[in-house]
Design a protein around this ligand. Structure first.
Ligand code: MSP
Length: 638
């Protein structure tokens, strides 16, 4: 049996321009997958690099008045610097201008030419410079490129062709027999759709008279290699094809080629047929993710809407950036990138949920347990429920990595964190401390601390820096978490010194729009400075009660207000609420909401209001506070 291993690649990026968020996304995804597999103890090889030949790079160099190699040398450092800043742990970085790559491309070309897999012929057709691809008349989309819809150049010349068409039937059968070869399924269907048309042979050369910047054909010095034929070979030249066969056999075939959906055909038609002609096994999976959009369009330099990842990292930190990209995009679908959604998610998931849980635990351990991790007593119902939620998150994360649903895995982890915050709200350890219930306090803080230990391990591949900080604060041993301990509850050692509660792990991002907003979950960050703390007795003065909405209607002349009639257990009452922009009146009757029942009556826009309803709001969104399950109206809320 072959040893399990994990070999993951990103596309190699063109050096015609500096990296943007689209490039950063694929590379972070590769890094997260590589880190997870390393934690699992699976030997891992993570490859990225740059695609340095071809017309795009030559044109960029001409525009800058420098040589193409200089253009590549200047730009490649921008990618390498960004990957360093983003904490990317690639095992190799390949540049297609390196001799180790050039030699392999030439050896492959010579071999295919010798075996008549490559032949010379005259070509007359259309060429798309941005896509670096030829198209026949019937491929065109109203005279434009069928891939990017830009205008095409007419080209007549003699060239070399790879007999790709002879592998068409084989490829269709291969794709049909291997459901995991192209993922997600929609992309597999797209390739099968493409293969319904007759496949042409692939032009693999460019005459030097038109394009000099490329790898020279070993059998004809007047030509260079087509940039895609050259670039795809990086996936085998880097792990040692034709140079270190033992190493090559250890890694190939790749477990995943991660690509954006824009380069599906080259990876699922050109590349497999090239490999077939070389007699090499196919990669296990080509996974095409969606695009980051700005408004309706793909983020791309040519559209002029790119977001610079360096600026984001500087402003908000590396780990928040990595987390946002992984959590926000459902793999396979497009996602919108906006600074607002970035801030909203970071504040909600990181500052309010994880950061707040950590500061609460540290604060309580430091104030009441001498700064040492507690020893748990017997587990009660609430601890069991929390443990179940955390264990479910560990399983969900494992499945998410396996099934390429990182967003779903992260959502499950986030859910466990929220569960832990709710658990603390319910158990009220600060109250236990006041009453001198040391055993209860230790059990509660142990459960919350244990949640943080497991969560920090599950999130480690996504936010390695911040999770290392969190683990150090909890007194956990330095170094990477052990994956087996993440599936076991109860590994948090008692009696370890925790850090003093310092700066929040994820400071809340203040923007003009968020400044006035309360935290999403309604929890006051325990560490926030300047927050006025109230006594429990003060809180007890507020009478919170459930109420059933009976009727709802708009208040004339006030576009934000609704007038509700509710059953508050002691009869009917009228409440005016500023929720008209978030709820339609017809959606409210029957809902069980939470009200402040003992608020002094007030007149709002001339309408009397007796009480106030509770709602959570963030970044312009608003949701009513309801109770989990049915309760009679008038039930006390505490
Ligand atoms: N050089 C080729 C790839 C050769 S691989 C053998 C190329 N390079 S590229 O610089 O244009 O980068 C393409 C990749 O960058 C996409 O496939 C995708 O992984 C990523 N992205 C670029 N823009 C993107 C978005 N707006 N959204 C998401 N990812 C995108 O094509």
């Amino acid at each position: 049996m072959k040893q399990p291993k994990f070999y993951v690649t990103t596309p190699i990026y063109y050096v015609n321009d500096v990296p943007h968020i689209g490039h950063a996304y694929t590379t972070i995804l590769g890094d997260v997958l590589a880190r997870y597999h390393r934690l699992l103890g699976v030997p891992t090889f993570f490859l990225t690099g740059t695609d340095e030949h071809g017309q795009k790079v030559q044109r960029a160099a001409e525009a800058a008045g420098i040589s193409p190699k200089e253009q590549a040398d200047r730009t490649v450092v921008r990618f390498q610097e960004l990957w360093r800043r983003l904490g990317i742990t690639n095992d190799d970085f390949i540049r297609t201008t390196e001799p180790r790559h050039v030699k392999v491309v030439q050896a492959i070309l010579q071999d295919l030419y010798d075996r008549d897999e490559i032949y010379r012929a005259d070509y007359d057709g259309w060429y798309c410079v941005p896509c670096e691809r030829f198209f026949t008349e019937k491929d065109l989309n109203d005279g434009t490129c069928p891939e990017c819809r830009r205008s095409l150049e007419r080209i007549r010349e003699s060239n070399y062709f790879f007999r790709m068409s002879r592998y068409q039937d084989w490829l269709v059968e291969y794709i049909q027999a291997h459901p995991r070869f192209i993922l997600p399924e929609s992309r597999r269907n797209e390739t099968l759709g493409f293969l319904r048309k007759k496949l042409n042979d692939l032009c693999v050369s460019r005459p030097k008279s038109r394009l000099a910047w490329g790898i020279e054909l070993p059998f004809d010095r007047d030509f260079v290699t087509y940039v895609w034929f050259d670039a795809l070979v990086n996936y085998i030249s880097a792990p040692g094809y034709l140079s270190d066969e033992e190493r090559f056999r250890a890694w190939w075939p790749a477990s995943y080629h991660l690509i954006g959906k824009d380069i599906l055909t080259t990876h699922t038609v050109y590349w497999p047929t090239m490999l077939k002609a070389m007699g090499l096994p196919m990669p296990e999976t080509v996974f095409a993710h969606g695009w980051w959009l700005v408004g309706e369009s793909k983020m791309s330099k040519s559209v002029g809407n790119v977001v610079n990842p360096m600026e984001f990292i500087e402003r908000y930190g590396v780990d928040a950036f990595r987390y946002f990209l992984m959590a926000e995009m459902t793999l396979g679908q497009d996602a919108a990138f906006t600074e607002e959604s970035f801030v909203r998610r970071c504040n909600a998931d990181l500052a309010n949920d994880i950061g707040n849980l950590l500061s609460r635990v540290l604060k309580l351990i430091n104030s009441h347990l001498g700064g040492q991790t507690p020893a748990p007593g017997p587990e009660g119902e609430e601890e069991t429920a929390l443990r179940d939620a955390v264990m479910a998150a560990a399983v969900a994360m494992e499945e998410a990595v396996e099934g390429m649903r990182l967003d779903a895995g992260l959502a499950a982890v986030q859910n466990a964190v929220r569960e832990a915050n709710r658990y603390l709200e319910k158990k009220q350890p600060w109250f236990m401390a006041k009453q001198g219930d040391r055993a209860g306090l230790e059990t509660t803080l142990y459960a919350a601390g244990e949640t943080l230990r497991i969560v920090s391990g599950l999130l480690y591949p996504v936010m390695p820096g911040k999770m290392a900080e969190l683990r150090a604060a909890l007194g956990l041993p330095a170094g990477e978490p052990s994956i087996t301990d993440l599936k076991r509850w109860g590994c948090l050692e008692s009696g370890r010194r925790v850090a003093a509660e310092g700066r929040p792990l994820f400071p809340r991002i203040q923007t003009e729009k968020t400044e006035a907003q309360p935290p999403v979950s309604g929890l006051t960050p325990a560490s926030a400075e300047g927050v006025a703390l109230i006594e429990y007795a003060d809180f007890q003065k507020v009478e919170l009660r459930t109420a059933r909405v009976l009727t709802a209607e708009r208040v004339a002349g006030a576009d934000k207000l609704l007038r509700l009639e509710v059953d508050s257990g002691d009869g009917r009452r009228q409440i005016v609420a500023g929720i008209a922009q978030h709820y339609r009146p017809e959606d409210l009757p029957g809902r069980l909401i939470v009200i402040v029942a003992n608020l002094k009556p007030a007149r709002i826009r001339g309408v009397e209001s007796r009480g106030m309803l509770l709602a959570a709001s963030c970044e312009g969104a608003l949701k009513l506070v309801t109770v989990d399950g049915d309760m009679p109206p008038g039930s006390t809320v505490r």
